[in-house]
Design a protein around this ligand. Structure first.
Ligand SMILES: *Cc1c(COP(=O)(O)O)cnc(C)c1O
Length: 393
């Protein structure tokens, strides 16, 4: 059995042939071999992400985790104009923090964690303020909540605003209709639904939008999005030294999806999520949000009253299963179970069986403790104060 079954929203268990790909031969990234590799990755990314009219879009690859792709967008697109961040969770908060570093004119509209955006408030804000760019997270991973790209996209179209989206945890799991949703740039990473190692991220954008970046002065050297575009479009290279072996692995992960069938990849991910969710419901568990608002990579489960989530996580770890605990206002209240990477139907069954066993133990302990408390109560009413003092000792 694998050492750790990663039921997390990234990192993932990678396919065996990725381990082979990552140890391929050494090449020089300024030679034609790397140009072929990057060209192939770009074509495959556009195919796997099901980008309509791929001739109008480009995908650039950055050495750095998903945050690097987000930071390249936020530091390269705004210039000295005004950007509005929409946030309903941890990752929306991170976009805001990042934008404040690079953009003086950063606005924020905050909504409660785990709740859908209030579109009227966004519409009103865009009417009352002169905003040039809107940024949001597609799948807010902290709650497992999918925010509507179509609704916000329509508002950005109505107000003539550039729309950029953090799709780090949704790309490759949900189909993102860039054209229809008016998206100029979206970001994602190698180590979530695409199923490769952590360390690479990418930005997909409309060619005409990349062209517009040319005249905006750079705010960072490494993450200058226009430079990535210029390099890929002139010579299929990256501005600085890329992590070549991670590129090999990413290409293999994309090839695996194409070999399986791109549609089959998306439906298999949905099937696994549905199977996991049905199993959790069968154990009497409840979810933080409605199933229809979830992304097919992750399920966020309310922690039952009698369960200590740190203990639960530790007991699962003893069975080689890794899950996530809630963060921020969800700490102690939820746990999260992912179903991306090399997680099979059998692995999901194994997880559900282990979880069942652990939950039964929690209930048994709870019942014993309750019984003990009741006996104490009976005793303490039968006798009086001196006896209670004795227990307190
Ligand atoms: C994982 C994730 C990121 C990227 O985080 P890194 O720490 O850079 O990997 C960004 N946005 C969302 C929504 C994510 O889930």
């Amino acid at each position: 059995m694998k050492k750790h079954l990663l039921f997390t929203p990234g990192p993932v268990n990678v396919a065996p042939n990725l381990r082979v790909a990552i140890s391929k031969e050494d090449i020089c990234h300024r030679e034609v071999e790397f140009e072929h590799l990057l060209n192939s990755i770009e074509q495959k990314l556009l195919q796997v992400l099901k980008i309509e009219n791929p001739g109008n879009y480009r995908a650039v690859v950055i050495t750095g985790s998903g945050t690097a792709a987000n930071e390249s967008i936020l530091s390269s697109v705004v210039g000295n104009k005004h950007i509005l961040i929409l946030s309903n969770g941890e990752f929306g908060g991170r976009l805001h923090q990042m934008s404040k570093i690079h953009n003086q004119n950063t606005h924020l509209l905050e909504f409660p964690w785990g709740e859908n955006f209030d579109l009227d408030r966004i519409d009103a804000y865009l009417t009352q303020h002169s905003i040039d760019v809107v940024a949001m997270v597609h799948h807010e991973t902290c709650a497992g909540l999918l925010n509507s790209l179509e609704d916000v996209g329509a508002l950005t179209k109505k107000h003539g605003v550039t729309f950029v989206v953090d799709c780090v945890s949704s790309a490759g799991a949900e189909i993102i209709e860039m054209e229809k949703c008016n998206i100029a740039f979206m970001s994602s990473s190698s180590s979530k639904a695409i199923g490769s190692y952590a360390g690479l991220s990418f930005v997909v954008g409309k060619t005409t939008e990349f062209e517009k970046l040319k005249d905006i002065p750079a705010k960072t050297m490494y993450l200058n999005l226009y430079k990535f575009y210029e390099f890929i479009s002139t010579c299929y290279q990256t501005p600085n030294t890329p992590a070549v072996h991670l590129f090999y692995a990413l290409e293999q992960a994309l090839t695996n999806i194409i070999d399986l069938g791109v549609d089959q990849h998306y439906s298999s991910m949905k099937d696994k999520a549905n199977m996991l969710r049905q199993g959790l419901l069968n154990l009497g568990l409840e979810f933080l949000i409605k199933q229809q608002d979830m992304c097919s990579i992750l399920t966020t489960v309310n922690v039952p009253l009698n369960v200590n989530v740190s203990v639960l996580r530790q007991q699962l770890r003893e069975k080689s299963i890794i899950i996530y605990e809630g963060k921020g206002c969800f700490k102690g209240k939820v746990f999260q179970v992912g179903n991306i990477g090399e997680i099979s139907i059998l692995d999901i069954q194994y997880f559900l069986n282990c979880l069942k066993e652990i939950l039964i133990n929690f209930s048994a302990t709870e019942a014993r403790e309750q019984q003990a408390r009741q006996m104490m109560q009976v005793d303490s009413t039968a006798s009086n104060e001196p006896y209670i003092a004795e227990i307190a000792l």
